[in-house]
Design a protein around this ligand. Structure first.
Ligand code: PEP
Ligand code: MG
Length: 762
């Protein structure tokens, strides 16, 4: 037997010749089946195998024999097996190659009589992979018992890569049996988390487009090796530069990610695999793709969260290399965005979303991203439906795929069937009709059934928001997030640019006060042009008013712009992230000095300047009386307050979703704020995301809030709920619940039942 187990060198010109043959076969104007038939003949002959077969994964999870050289031809499109069944099924399941000199003695071997394969002893199979997903299995078999060499396994994997392109192109769809589908094109219904309401139908635009590899087969191996080495050097140097200088603001990267990527770029095993892939006949970029495909296939199946996290790092590195090698752009071209673009991204900063043309955006899908992340806030401000926490989505989509985003349920429909598509189109129409009803509520007074007036304000931050003020009938702008202008600008906006925006805002809302918040940057709100100081915990770091007081020049020029824009009007200014009284006092002093300065230079002043604070750091809760005596108004930033109360990062869904803002802990804290302020008659509003949700708004009104500020799209639904509620009765109900539900994590359930019983629309 030992004599028979000899590795056979490929006698027919080696893998490179095979690749060239396959490339020619791919280009021939013949039918898909004829092409596959030709390809398996080439592979068998080149690898000196009696059999070569291609199995393609169907959407029903079965692997179907699509072409064979050597097995019975009648079995083509007839023989199928489940993933996990037999050797072929095992390869599809594990996404790993399998080489056996005696296949039939393997415990997973399963016999398919119609194929006539019983006479073949040796077996080599590799998965057909793309983006880490298994599309099929490619097999060669030999009659003799023989060992397949590492080079042969490598060569077959490389060949499989070419076939993956063919499967992904959709060409094989023409030869599937009626009623079945090829897996990679199958419709998918994926569950995520709703982060911005609405329904969007459109086509996929990958925020970080996959590099399209145009040249797979190498013409000149030494040249490809040289290209690879140069690209690795370039990427290595650029990462070193970023890590050393700390200039990593633009890409929103963090040092630990870069360190991990740096570790991989120096990893010998990884470098060796790349070189081997080139030796099997691939261009440098195709080699990177191949090796990354194998790695993804392995790591994606891992249940170890650490390893899966490393996959992101490796993806990052592979991407950098691919971009370096092909010169293709890192981000989607904004110029040729389709009219109904649905952006799909692993994660995205708020500024990146703002760079897209709003008119063409129909939705956003993220692998990460919680409901109170800033990109979610921007999506809501722009009125773009968004779903976050969609596992693996960037690997499942192809640019241009049809996709539906349902931001009301947190569902994504990928490549929907026509009936699903029309059901969603109908749902979108119904929503539009509901929006129409909300619009009708615009002029209805915002008063509860028992006559309690509730002021509904709007959160804004961009010019595009302003048109919504009159559309929604919002009482005013309760929170103008000034940082958004800074986040979308290529450099620090000068005082004049700030003035122009603030003036436009004041002009757009001529008869109502606007509450401007001073710059709230830091945390996940990064300015690309501002040097970043590495911080272990950015949410607890140097942000908002802390930066303002440490860099008073910045704050001063912003205040100056506000004071000038507010000439002749009442101006309201609010400071974010105030944690102690002295910070407010210091900020107030800067305002007063600036006012004096303006006066001295003869500028017209606002008729009144009201100063307030965001209540979003828990320390303020035990200094309420001190603040109430000093400030003109307060606005509760529940997004941050809840994150700090529960010590749960608002951007990290794994922890933030554990805690419900409708918990006794949060509601008692919020009630304390509103009650203390009421004693001194100081106005309090709430401008966090919970204010824009009807059920949460019900609770807030119940505990005493009379002013809420929210995204424009929330004004209608919240108003519809409040005009149907009785404030006094709700107050009794909520306050009693807060006393009686001792030890409960949430009162959501009880409150929802109450709303339903009272016919309050949610
Ligand atoms: C908040 O923290 O609730 C808030 C309104 O501000 P931002 O979301 O901008 O931090
Ligand atoms: Mg905040």
């Amino acid at each position: 037997m030992a004599e028979q187990e000899r590795p056979i060198r490929s006698a027919h010109g080696g893998p490179r010749l095979l690749l060239r043959r396959l490339r020619e076969a791919m280009a021939e104007p013949i039918s898909a089946q004829a092409r596959l038939d030709k390809i398996v003949v080439h592979i068998a002959s080149n690898m000196v195998a009696e059999v070569c077969s291609l199995y393609v994964l169907r959407s029903d999870g079965r692997l179907e024999l699509f072409a064979t050289e050597g097995l019975n031809r009648e079995a083509v499109h007839l023989t199928t097996m489940r993933t996990g069944e037999g050797l072929v099924g095992l390869i599809a399941e594990t996404a790993e190659p399998l080489a056996l000199s005696d296949a039939q003695s393997h415990p997973a071997f399963s016999y398919k009589p119609e194929t006539g394969e019983e006479i073949y002893h040796s077996f080599l199979g590799v998965p057909v992979l793309r983006g880490g997903n298994t599309l099929g299995v490619l097999v060669v078999q030999n009659r003799a018992r023989r060992a397949y060499s590492e080079e042969e396994i490598e060569a077959l994997q490389t060949t499989a890569m070419l076939l993956a392109e063919m499967v992904a192109s959709g060409e094989l769809q023409s030869i599937v049996l009626p009623g079945s589908d090829i897996s990679i094109r199958r419709p998918l219904n994926i569950e995520g988390k709703a982060i911005a309401d609405g329904i969007g139908l459109g086509h996929v635009v990958l925020h970080e487009p996959r590099v399209v590899i145009k040249h797979i087969v190498a013409e000149d191996l030494p040249r490809e090796e040289k290209r690879l080495n140069e690209a690795i050097e370039e990427v290595r140097a650029s990462i070193d530069r970023i890590v050393e200088i700390g200039d990593n603001a633009g890409a929103g990267e963090h040092r630990d990610v870069l360190e991990a990527v740096r570790m991989f770029v120096n990893d010998r095993g990884w470098l060796r695999r790349l070189t081997e892939a080139i030796h099997s006949g691939l261009t440098a970029e195709a080699a990177v793709e191949r090796v990354q495909n194998d790695t993804r296939a392995k790591l994606q199946r891992s249940t170890d969260p650490y390893l899966r996290e490393r996959l992101h790092d490796l993806d990052d590195l592979a991407n950098r290399l691919l971009h370096q090698l092909t010169g293709q752009s890192f981000v989607a071209e904004h110029d040729d965005l389709p009219d109904n673009a649905i952006i799909v991204a692993r994660n995205m900063g708020p500024a990146a979303l703002l760079e897209y043309d709003r008119k063409k955006l129909r939705g956003l899908v993220l692998e990460d991203g919680g409901p109170s992340s800033h990109v979610a806030i921007i999506a809501r401000a722009l009125g773009i439906p968004a779903v976050g926490q969609v596992p693996n989505v960037t690997d499942l989509v192809e640019t241009g795929d049809a996709i539906i985003v349902d931001g009301s349920t947190g569902t994504v429909q990928l490549r929907p069937q026509p009936d699903v598509e029309s059901a969603y189109a109908e749902k979108a129409r119904l929503r539009a009709r509901r929006q129409e009803q909300y619009r009708k509520l615009r002029d209805v007074p915002s008063v509860t059934l028992d006559g309690v007036a509730i002021d509904l304000h709007m959160n804004a931050g961009l010019m595009i928001d302003l048109e919504h003020v009159s559309e929604t009938g919002a009482a005013s702008i309760g929170l103008f997030r000034t940082e958004l202008q800074f986040m979308v600008a290529p450099q620090f906006p000068r005082m004049n640019a700030q003035y122009a925006l603030y003036k436009a805002v004041m002009d757009a809302v001529p008869d109502r006060p606007v509450t401007f918040r001073t710059l709230d940057i830091g945390g996940d709100k990064i300015l690309p042009y501002m040097a970043i100081y590495e911080e272990e915990n950015p949410a607890l770091g140097w942000r908002a008013i802390r930066i303002g007081l440490d860099r008073p020049g910045l704050l001063r020029s912003q205040l100056r712009a506000m004071l000038r824009a507010g000439a002749g009007r009442e101006l309201r200014i609010m400071f974010p992230m105030i944690a102690q009284v002295s910070e407010f006092d210091a900020a107030k002093q800067i305002v007063e000095r600036e006012l004096a300065h303006q006066k001295l230079h003869g500028y017209e002043l606002p008729t009144d300047v009201k100063l307030g604070i965001m209540v979003e750091v828990p320390s303020v809760l035990w200094q309420l009386d001190d603040f109430v005596d000093r400030v003109d108004f307060m606005s509760v930033g529940s997004n941050d307050l809840v994150q700090y109360l529960f010590a749960a990062d608002r951007d990290n869904q794994r922890v933030s979703a554990r805690f419900d803002p409708l918990s006794p802990a949060v509601l008692r804290a919020l009630r304390k704020i509103v009650r203390r302020a009421a004693i001194k008659n100081k106005p309090v509003t709430l401008c966090g995301e919970i204010g824009g949700k009807p059920l949460e708004a019900l609770a807030l009104i119940g505990i005493g809030y009379r002013g809420l500020s929210m995204a424009a799209s929330s004004v209608g639904p919240v108003k519809a709920a409040l005009v149907a509620m009785n404030a006094a009765e709700t107050s009794v109900f909520v306050n009693e619940l807060l006393e009686s539900r001792s030890g409960a994590d949430s009162i959501r359930h009880e409150l929802a039942a109450y709303a339903e019983a009272k016919g309050i629309p949610l």
